[in-house]
Ligand binder design. Sequence first.
Ligand SMILES: *Cc1c(COP(=O)(O)O)cnc(C)c1O
Length: 398
Amino acid sequence: MIQEEEKKYIINTYNRQPGVNPYLVKGEGTRVWDEGGKEYLDFVGGLAVNGLGHCFRPAVEAATAQLHTLIHTSNLYYTGPQVELARRLVESSAADKVFFCNSGAEANEAAIKLARKYSKQQHGPEKHEIITAKNSFHGRTLATITATGQSKFHQGFEPLVPGFRYGDFNDADSFASQVNRYTCAVLLEPVQGEGGVHVATREFMSAIREMCERYKLLLIFDEIQCGMGRSGKLFAYEHYGITPDIFTLAKSLGGGLPIGAMLCTDPVAAGFSPGDHASTFGGNPVVCAAATAVMDQLLQEGFLETVGGKGQRLVQGLTRLKERFPAEIQEVRGLGLMIGVQVKDQGKQIQSRAMEKGLLINCIGEKILRLLPPLNVAEEELEQAVNILREIFEESKP
Ligand SMILES: *Cc1c(COP(=O)(O)O)cnc(C)c1O
């Protein structure tokens, strides 16, 4: 049995449980199948990684062709797919340059290192502190758990990395009160993901941008979850009419393959010199070929508008559910196809009931159901998901 072998050989960090977590063997588009042949509608999407669904054909084909041509060379040499991907990212964003790595945490590590290096050079050797938001999530390395403003991720791993302070999300004054002579940057998710799907307000984002100008701080956006079209725009910051100095991507960038990226403006990029940072696998040709196919789909005329439309339809469906079950559902929120449904309690139970009925959703804590369908999800699939949730609330009504 895979479940028993897993327990025997894999370090227990994920709390997988037979009957709660299915054994998945195949995926296509919005659907996955378990070993018994049961089909699920997948609204977890590998935690926002399968942005264009499972086995997105153009990415599979691009990666396959590259696998047969050249898999890895190291960054001692030039390779084409890396530059192709960087060009697309730069041409469609506020950034001028890209650094490639393999995961979200690594992308944020790169951003933290660059912010320190650049600021020390530009504004003095004392500059190093970064202000992040309470309830944020930035990764699992030592620096990125410290950047993460939730103590449950810190406990047992002390001493943490020095140089982080925390402000209240959507409260610019709280951030301003943390600025001092050591501050070099602010790091924020425009939409908090793991923290429970909280969307930054326009006023907050503008005030933070202004504050960064005033005190010569770098503004870093962590778009690892909310970027790559998830919000209905290619990058979530586009909703706010402001641009970051640095931003990070990972999750859905590689169409399911592991990749991270740190992007920044030309002046900030000059903070790094050869030898300052590196990644052995970073910019791997196979993964970059897949990511380029993902970018090409997102950049297709009209595609991102459909994401916004589908997000609205899903929110409408869920809002109707909330009206029908006002005691059970407290709030429906989100941006684009990154949606949180706050329930009164029993979120975990709703998650398992949904799984039994063939819908995969993710519950954060006990109260927030997170829905992350692929951006190319069909309208009927959105309806199907809402119907399954409706059944669950109907059945649990006393
Ligand atoms: C998932 C996530 C990360 C960490 O990414 P990993 O690839 O797991 O290291 C960082 N920031 C945000 C906003 C995320 O959602």
